[in-house]
Design a protein around this ligand. Sequence first.
Ligand code: NAP
Length: 265
Amino acid sequence: MTIFSNGPVILVGCGRLGSAMVEGWLATGAVDPRDLIILTPSGKPAAETARAAGARINPPVEALSGARAVVLAVKPAKWRDVAADIASKIGGAPVISVMAGVRGADLAAAFAGPVARVMPTTGVAVGKGAAGLWSADASAAAVARSLFAPVAAVVDIPDEAMMDAVTAMAGSGPAYVFAFTRALAQAGEAQGLPPAVAADLARATVRSAAAGLDGTETVESLIARVASPGGTTEAGLKALTAEGLDAAVEAAVAAARARAQELSR
Ligand SMILES: NC(=O)c1ccc[n+]([C@@H]2O[C@H](COP(=O)([O-])OP(=O)(O)OC[C@H]3O[C@@H](n4cnc5c(N)ncnc54)[C@H](OP(=O)(O)O)[C@@H]3O)[C@@H](O)[C@H]2O)c1
């Protein structure tokens, strides 16, 4: 097994997710900024913060050789352009793709190196991400883990065919929870709360509920602790089920998965 333990980490793409990773790496020290290279067509605040800490932004191509890893955080439609630009410069370094839909075999062929796929949430920015990790290559998996474990709870995914479902459930998942938070605030307003009060309460409630998930208590038990028999929560939960919460979430994940599959074609 090849161990790529030294050399720079090259981040390609510093958009929403790329910036979140930079912020998380800097905040946690997971990547020494002097070992970080960022390739970005336009200036980004996170890249400038990293530059101030010693990172190199768009250095000459010679700087790309001997990389520990190349992290691809561009849109799926852009990765072949990136491969055309840098594949011959990175010397077979492991490629860590956070892109939805793009198959490992296609990346391995284009970059001529081992590949790991990681599907993180933007919570990596504050060291509280969730990340599904798949790789058929132990060295690429190890490098990917070293980059993401400091900023995310990493869950191993046994089969690449599951990555679209991981994308749909976890990569997109925070947005579903934010949408639920908005719906909770709107529901509070509908019951007479001032908008600002409802918005503050919804955010605080979701944050508080999320903290309950930090331990090992099951979700069923967490629900039971709030919903006493015959009480208000039980009445609310019955309405939530009757109005189709489970079906709505299932439809959201299925639609996101279908889109991930489209993007991979
Ligand atoms: N956002 C999420 O929560 C999330 C979660 C999981 C996975 N992902 C995946 O992460 C990837 C990026 O998503 P995103 O939401 O961060 O998109 P985004 O905000 O659009 O970021 C993509 C970035 O790629 C840059 N870029 C385009 N061509 C490039 C090139 N040739 N070299 C270097 N950089 C280039 C763009 O630069 P300019 O801004 O200068 O055009 C842009 O900043 C996607 O593949 C997506 O599937 C995203």
